[in-house]
Design a protein around this ligand. Structure first.
Ligand code: V55
Ligand code: FE
Length: 489
């Protein structure tokens, strides 16, 4: 695409689309089960302008909020830019004004002090409100009906943290939203803000503590008793940034660190554990209390950072497919005084996990995630790390049972959402967008409806998309009754 760099972040499936749409009654092959009634929100980064500097990452692409509305087998689709302060400033100028990923020292002087976040990572629904989130800033509130941007969200002025994770955790019983922000006190700070919003969306708890280093904490977990903060050794350095360098560099010799505290406790009760050097993880499948003192954390790990630009800045020169990884269970024993913990492999490498929302923080017997089928051909160029997943897995961590839905050659699958079934014996449904290469820089996309308990059978229905789609990061399912009750109308 003219003007955009000829790199994996801007070519093939990652080719910028930059199209806002509002479509009705898309064609469906097969039958969508009538119990699937609600809304699948998706975060889709798509750069509205060519990068200001030569190199850029897709993680800087402007957030778009997309919505599949599914009702009685009918499907509507809409997608719209999140009108962040950054998006509006660049729209006005007609060009990019913000420089490198998370480095304000590289910006055009005209935007000094303007909120840099692009809200491109996860749509979050809580207490009747919809947000678009990104870990480098605060969330933006979105009107779920019109997809218009309402504005930056600070919990009615209560939030002190300058950042909010894209990976909040909602307790299925209490309806509380647990979240955190790292670099909470500003760029490159080692401040971690741990927060809880009650079921009505009011911020009722915000406590800060110091991390051992300013590193990446993309996700975290709660159990019924604990909050778990895993920090991985991709580190930020203010001097490097002032010199125009990257925010992140992966440090292969630094240990990861895990902080655990009672989830309603005081941060002074935090226990610290030390993990392997150089290991990187982005997403957690689930966490739960095994007994009073033992806490399990199931996550997707890799030997180094899966983002080429983060590991290259740290001198690691491997290709994505050369990086060993696995799905692991980390078990922490809080009755012991040392800072070690147990690690066992529970499944093949992958990422983009999904479990039933009702089982967050609880013992669970299966989950789904994306992976690479070694027999599925070379991966398509697409998605945040530049190589797109070509398989969906269903894993039972306890029994080791593994099922796979492999895709046709030259196809890619985006992270699914899970929809519970009415029948408690049915594992529910997964919705995921699947992209297929159909020609020279030509792609066709479909929304697949998959039986969660029988993924190897392939989709039970497909929604045929009439438009080109750029890869999603994360998604969120909202049942129809909840959606209709939205606060922002
Ligand atoms: C991730 C995604 C981001 C980001 C940092 O998936 C990490 C990991 C889409 O933005 O800014
Ligand atoms: Fe994520």
């Amino acid at each position: 695409m003219p003007g955009f760099p000829n790199t994996p972040d801007f070519t093939e499936l990652n080719t910028p689309v930059r199209q806002e749409l509002d479509l009705r009654n898309l064609p469906v092959e097969g039958t969508i089960p009538p119990e699937i009634s609600g809304v699948f929100f998706r975060a889709v980064p798509d750069p509205a302008h060519e990068p200001m500097l030569e190199d850029d990452t897709g993680l800087s692409a402007d957030g778009m909020i997309a919505r599949f509305l599914i009702n009685s087998g009918n499907v509507d689709y809409a997608i719209k830019y999140v009108e962040t302060a950054r998006y509006l400033a660049e729209q006005k100028a007609g060009k990019a004004l913000f420089g490198r990923y998370r480095n304000p020292f590289t910006d055009d002087p005209s935007v000094e002090g303007v909120d840099r976040t692009v809200s491109n990572t996860t749509p979050v629904w809580h207490a009747g409100r919809l947000f678009m989130t990104k870990e480098d800033g605060r969330a933006y509130e979105i009107n779920p009906k019109t997809l218009e941007t309402i504005g930056s969200w600070d919990f009615h002025g209560a939030l002190k943290s300058q950042t909010m994770t894209a990976h909040v955790r909602i307790d299925p019983e209490t309806g509380e939203m647990f979240f955190f922000g790292y670099e909470a006190g500003g760029l490159c700070t080692d401040d971690l803000a741990y927060c809880i919003a009650d079921k009505n969306g009011e911020l009722v708890y915000e406590q800060w503590f110091k991390l051992p280093y300013c590193g990446m904490m993309h996700d975290f977990a709660i159990t019924k008793k604990y909050a778990i903060f895993p920090l991985f050794p991709t580190t930020a350095d203010l001097e490097r940034m002032k010199a125009g360098g990257p925010h992140w560099a992966h440090d292969q010799d630094l240990e990861c660190w895990i902080g655990i505290m009672p989830r309603y406790g005081d941060v002074t009760s935090l226990r610290a554990f030390k993990g392997p050097k150089g290991v990187s993880a982005f997403h957690i499948l689930n966490a739960f209390d095994e007994d009073d003192d033992r806490v399990c954390l199931d996550l997707h790990t890799a030997e180094t950072n899966m983002f080429p630009f983060m590991r290259e800045a740290g001198g690691v020169t491997k290709q994505n497919w050369e990086i060993p990884g696995s799905t692991q269970r980390w078990t922490f024993d809080l009755s012991k005084d040392d800072d070690a913990f147990e690690i066992i492999d529970i499944g093949p490498p992958g990422d983009m996990p999904r479990i039933s929302d009702a089982l967050h923080g609880r013992a669970y017997d299966h989950g789904w995630y994306l992976s690479m089928n070694p027999e599925g051909g070379p991966p398509l160029i697409g998605g945040p790390v530049g190589t797109a997943f070509n398989a969906l897995l269903r894993l039972e961590p306890e029994t080791g049972r593994l099922d796979m839905m492999s895709l046709p050659f030259e196809s890619a699958i985006n992270e699914p959402v899970h929809i519970p079934a009415d029948d408690p014996d049915h594992e529910g449904w997964l919705l995921a967008v699947v992209d297929r290469k159909t020609g020279d820089n030509e792609y066709k996309s479909e929304l697949w409806v998959i039986d969660g308990g029988n993924i190897s059978a392939g989709p039970v229905a497909k929604v045929i998309m009439p438009c080109r789609m750029r890869p999603q990061v994360h998604g969120w399912w909202v049942p129809m009754a909840t959606y209709k009750d939205a606060a922002a109308v």
